[in-house]
Design a protein. Sequence first.
Length: 221
Amino acid sequence: MIFVTILAIAAAELYIEDKQSNDKTFKDLGTYGETFPIHETSLLEVIKAKLQKLFESGKLEHHQQIISKKAKEQLNRPNPIKRISKTTNPRSFTHDPSITVPYDLKDHEGRVFHGQGTRVNPLETHSFKHPFLFVDGDDGKQVAWAIQQYQAADTSHKPKIILVQGAPIELSKKLNLPIYFDQTGVLVKKLDIACVPARVSQKGKVLLVEEVTAKSEENLR
């Protein structure tokens, strides 16, 4: 560390001298201070050593099977989103997807197309054609509600069924429909959704969020 610091200072002084004299030829000032070899074990070597021990003990394959099993379980049934309950008191509200640009946004030629501080609403240029349906995949009534919503929609405006709990892959195979999962609750947090089933659609320049009960016939559009 001492060697690196001294060398950096020396290089900086040399650069300043050269800038002042307009002579940009760097000079070799040699080595200052005592240098020491690195004795820390490489992290890669540590990992290799642990894997080698597992291999020699015959536990490596078992360890790999455990990791693979956990990965499949997480894929087939992701962790449910916390603090999401079943709708008992329906409500609706709007969400403005507008953002304030934190800095100038430029195109590939350096031209600013959105200046810093500009308020931008994506719905002004792109329509929200496919509503979101948030449901608990383990609740048969909510799933049935989502299916009816899907079947009733026009082909060009089919909603996206998004689970907050359940097994998306299994349900997708069972229904022969694309099923999504809101990993870590990114969408429900962004949209302030607290209960399901919930439907999100476009209303003018904002998003309409409706937390409804699973009485499918009443909630069909």
